[in-house]
Design a protein around this ligand. Sequence first.
Ligand code: NDP
Length: 240
Amino acid sequence: MTKPLVVVTGASSGIGAATARLLSAQGHPLLLLARRLERLEALDLPLTLCRKVDVTDRPRVEEAVREAEERFGPTDAIVNNAGAMLLGRVADQPVEEWDRMIDLNIKGVLYGTRAVLPGMLGRRAGTIINVSSIAGRKTFPNHAAYVATKFAVHALSENLREEVAASGVRVVTIAPGAVETELLSHTSSEEIKSDYQAWKESAGGALDPQVVAEAILYAYRQPPNVTVREIVLAATGQEG
Ligand code: NDP
């Protein structure tokens, strides 16, 4: 085994699955985390440990990372990708949806980071790649709670980058516009979902998740003394 371990959260669909396939094709051993274990296993990737882990459960994230490191050696990178976009208006969106996004999109990123960061600091090497969104840079209709979580991902990533830069650890923020994945399907309001779908179509369609996976790989495979701090990418037809 020549390549080091990479952890990918939310690898059971969309951007995470595309990233897992791409990193595996580069020869990396992987730890893949998500709640749908069968979807992780269906990727059928070599040198890959699949674990059914809800990333809001910090001890389970830690446990899975330790298990993977025992098998494959230290974690060289984590892609904190697991996330949910539950669109709604502040006046009437079920508050449970806010709680779910805050726990998953913010705490999930922090928990994944904590599971690998002390080791990276000790080795003075490693890359933390956080999947935020263009919704972490600007607002969109019906996105209030979601943008709050993605602005948080941008903010914590930049703060962390400053904190660990002198220790040789890189922090990368990936900020995609609309990507064709399962993300929208979890929004509970049918009206908001169909408005979003119409907006996506008016922009000429969304990005293929493979494009985002390639952006992640581009950032990761820079020499250790180069940090790609942020990549913002969207379909050309996406105006906002
Ligand atoms: P998907 O819905 O296809 O993928 C989301 C992934 O997150 C799934 O693998 C899902 O797996 C996992 N996940 C959800 N909840 C949990 C949990 N509690 N614990 C562990 N894993 C969980 O959407 P995308 O691929 O689009 O989303 C990936 C990231 O990209 C998200 O952070 C999203 O915000 C971001 N993004 C997406 C954009 C888009 O337009 N699609 C645009 C900009 C950013 P499972 O259900 O099996 O647990």
